[in-house]
Design a protein around this ligand. Structure first.
Ligand code: ZN
Length: 291
């Protein structure tokens, strides 16, 4: 498998470790997330569960084609709809997430399905009947799963894409499921977390002994591609800082920022302004705390 292959479907990364990849849809990349599957001796774990019913069904069918073992553990990388709406399909699995991820899901409740349908109307018919299921096992820092030969370190990298992010690291096979800490060839969306925290978290991840990184969105890749996304986050932060100090409106910063290869990435137009606003929020918090 070429690491830059962005084709649809289940990809075997190592013995019993798979990434399930979805390319962009007709409306861009939003909602077209990836998931993962780790096959143990007696049962499996999935990493995220996708969003719409047809996407969930596709993942479910793909799992059945590679293993007959039941999925008994569901790891959620964060609370966003395109990662958590498919949990119900894996019941009665144990659903594991960071404490803040669960809190967000409980706060949003069942109404999150209608909210997402309003925000992305083209998905609405494919969201009907979805029942949100909350995690039943939460952690603050890290939990380690032992799935046959696979040790899975599922840990919170700090506040990054959201305040309840978790990534799944398999040290023996040097594979990392990064959730939305990694958008590959897709503009990262920082609307829910901290741009500054995200940069710190990615720098930490780049220190891990990892060869293959499964992004929340985009093709499976490795550290060079994650570094490229980091460059983008740092570029935004630098431009946002200049704009913030000069009292420039975020819209003007977004308009004037040189985009380079970002222009080719999915959803840049929609997300750049949100990312700059999130950077401003971080600067405001720093100013307020006297940092
Ligand atoms: Zn997300």
């Amino acid at each position: 498998m070429s690491l830059l292959d962005w084709s649809f479907g289940m990809k075997e990364l190592a013995d019993g470790v798979f990434a399930y990849v979805q390319p962009n849809g007709p409306h861009g990349n939003a909602g077209y997330s990836n998931a993962g599957l780790i096959v143990g001796d007696d049962y499996c774990a999935v990493v995220d569960t996708l969003g719409t019913r047809s996407m969930q069904q596709g993942f479910h069918d793909a799992i059945k084609r590679v293993t007959s073992k039941p999925v008994s553990r569901v790891l959620l990388t964060h609370h966003h709809a395109d990662h958590v709406f498919g949990v119900k399909r894996f019941m009665p699995a144990c659903v594991i997430a960071h404490r803040a991820c669960r809190n967000h899901m409980v706060q949003a409740g069942q109404g999150d399905v209608q909210r997402w349908a309003r925000k992305r109307p083209f998905f609405a018919p494919d969201l009907e009947g979805i029942e949100v299921v909350y995690p039943d096992l939460t952690f603050d820092d890290q939990v380690t799963l032992h799935l046959g030969a696979h040790e899975v370190k599922f840990f919170h990298p700090g506040v990054a894409h959201t305040d309840g992010d978790a990534v799944a690291w398999l040290p023996a096979t040097k594979i990392l499921f990064a959730g939305d800490l990694f958008f590959n060839r897709v503009c990262p969306a920082a609307f829910a977390g901290s741009l500054q925290g995200w940069i710190r978290a990615v720098k930490d991840i780049l220190q891990l002994d990892v060869d293959v990184i499964v992004p929340g969105h985009g093709p499976v890749a490795g550290k060079p591609e994650l570094r490229r996304m980091l460059d983008y986050l740092e570029l935004i932060l630098a431009h946002a800082r200049v704009g913030f100090l000069a009292n420039t409106e975020p819209e003007a910063v977004a308009h004037e920022m040189p985009l380079g290869e970002l222009r080719e990435w999915a959803d840049t137009e929609e997300r750049l302004l949100e990312d700059i606003r999130r950077a401003y929020a971080g600067f405001q918090a720093e100013t307020a705390s006297g940092a």
